[in-house]
Design a protein around this ligand. Structure first.
Ligand code: ADP
Length: 487
């Protein structure tokens, strides 16, 4: 058994903006089920505290660079026995809005201080200096918000080993040199072999340089971030760490209780691979929900996403426009929110094809399940995708993904080429170029195969059989922890 401190800025269901939150709940729970002593540290956001009862103050700590002491509140992660520590600093976390931005979408001006605080608290606990009488063997940090922790720990004796997981290299936590000074960090960190990145401070670099091991959330993404196209200028550093054997990829799992068509309370009719015909009732319900014609033969395409350039939403809109213009029998339902132009592009598409396109701008957990269950295919043409969860949910629901061949999408979706279909391994559709024409061609391939129900059904069954539970990934992390502790 290992003792693991898991530090994250979002943990489902207490705070979530994306896949990081799902991983930060599911992985600790899976590790716990494998007998590990894992504890989570996260900020005590206002919304998180509203979810929780029976909070106990178990420590009060004073951190370098901060005037006031902060409390550590203890509870357990909902529906589990994983110990959860919340860092209670009302000045930093007790506010309306998201974890990183205010209600208008502007980044909080004090984000550096808010997440340096999280990193410093993790370090304090990691060194058993928080008065909790517990010292982890491993500090597992996640994304830039926790990147300072490996940097601050690196020079300390009697410290745990550090793992830093990149969930998305696109968000790096870059701040000015003045902010670096204001955080009261050791001067020695202001250098190229430290946090400095072209005159700015990079929280992410703290993890990339100082962590004992770096992981990312799929094997393909681990290789991609070592290239110019995906590395944001960090590819040299990442290639070096890869050569050192300090960078690897472990595919995320999914919460197979929450995402299970056999027991999903959000959907109209539950189904499994044995009763897959019942999926049709979910399709009808979804068409009704979006006021689209209840036509079984229309290929119903689902899309659930943050509406940002990463996700290739512009490609989706343009390719759909082309496919709809020539009268193909397809329907599109979208759920998401994000950049104003992309929201607008979807609205325009719906206005042009009101009986073909349905959209909901916003965040809606129940509807996301209904789309996964009701759609025939799931569209995810991401420009890059560290892992991606929705394509795995889709596979589980027999909703064939259409994806760009990148990152975790490449590691999970097997294209419906003749060869792959004959081999019985095809479970979706993929394309290489991040271009409208490539996606359009792929959509047309899906339309053509959808007209051949036997082939389609056999692909659905291949998709539904695959096990994407956390079991395999948790074992891979435990092996990694074991490896680095003994290194
Ligand atoms: P990312 O973390 O880059 O946003 P992932 O595919 O890894 O992408 O995870 C996204 C998660 O957020 C999934 O659980 C997805 O279902 C959920 N999600 C994204 N947008 C919405 C939305 N508008 N409504 C409900 N769930 C959403």
């Amino acid at each position: 058994m290992r003792k693991i401190l898991f530090a994250s800025s979002e943990v489902h269901p207490l705070m979530k903006t994306g896949g990081l939150a799902d991983v930060s709940a599911s992985l600790p729970i899976a590790l716990r089920e494998h007998g590990q002593d894992v504890r989570i540290i996260m900020p005590a956001y206002r919304q998180s505290l509203q979810h929780l009862e029976q909070l106990e103050t178990v420590a009060t700590i004073k951190l370098d660079g901060y005037h006031s002491a902060v409390d550590i509140l203890q509870t357990t992660l909902p529906d589990s026995d994983v110990v959860l520590w919340l860092l209670d600093s009302p000045h930093h976390y007790d506010r309306d809005g998201g974890p990183y931005s205010d209600p208008t979408g502007q980044d909080w001006a004090d984000n550096a201080a808010r997440f340096a605080l999280l990193s410093r608290a993790a370090v304090k606990i990691a060194l058993n200096e928080a008065g909790l009488d517990w010292q982890p063997d491993i500090l597992h940090c996640n994304d830039w918000q926790t990147g300072l922790a490996p940097a601050l720990l690196a020079t300390r004796k009697q410290r745990p080993q550090t793992v830093f997981t990149i969930h998305n290299l696109a968000y790096q936590g870059l701040f000015s040199e003045d902010v670096f000074q204001a955080l009261d960090l050791p001067d020695s960190l202001w250098q190229m072999e430290g946090l400095e990145f072209y005159g700015m401070m990079s929280f992410m670099k703290g993890g990339l340089i100082f962590a004992d091991q770096i992981t990312t959330v799929s094997p393909t993404y681990a290789r991609e971030i070592c290239t110019h196209e995906f590395g944001y200028g960090l590819e040299g550093l990442l290639s070096y760490r890869l050569q050192q054997g300090r960078l690897s990829g472990i595919l995320n799992g999914i919460d197979s209780h929450i995402w299970d068509p056999q027991q999903d309370a959000f959907i109209t009719k539950k189904y499994s691979s044995k009763t897959v015909r019942n999926k049709a009732l979910n399709k009808t319900a979804l068409q009704q929900h979006f006021l689209l014609p209840e036509n079984k033969d229309s290929l119903l395409i689902g899309l659930i996403s943050r509406l940002v350039s990463q996700k290739g939403i512009d490609l989706a809109v343009e390719a759909m426009e082309r496919v709809l213009k020539v009268g193909h029998d397809v329907q599109l339902v979208c759920l998401g929110s994000g950049e104003a132009e992309l929201e607008q592009a979807l609205r325009v598409l719906r206005a042009r094809y009101p009986d073909r396109v349905g959209i909901t701008i916003g965040y809606d957990e129940a509807l996301s399940h209904q789309i996964e269950a009701g759609a025939d295919v799931f569209l995810m043409p991401s420009r890059f995708e560290p892992c991606g969860l929705n394509q795995m949910y889709s596979l589980r629901y027999g909703t064939l993904p259409i994806v760009r061949n990148t990152g975790g999408l490449a590691d999970t979706v097997v294209d419906a080429s003749d060869e792959n279909r004959k081999a019985g391994i095809a479970n979706g559709f993929s394309f290489d170029e991040p271009a409208t024409a490539a996606l359009e061609q792929t959509l047309l391939r899906a339309v053509a195969l959808f007209a051949r129900p036997r082939i389609w059904r056999s692909m659905m069954l291949v998709a539904m059989q695959h096990d994407f539970s956390w079991e395999n990934s948790a074992i891979a992390y435990i092996e990694l922890y074991h490896h680095i502790v003994n290194r």
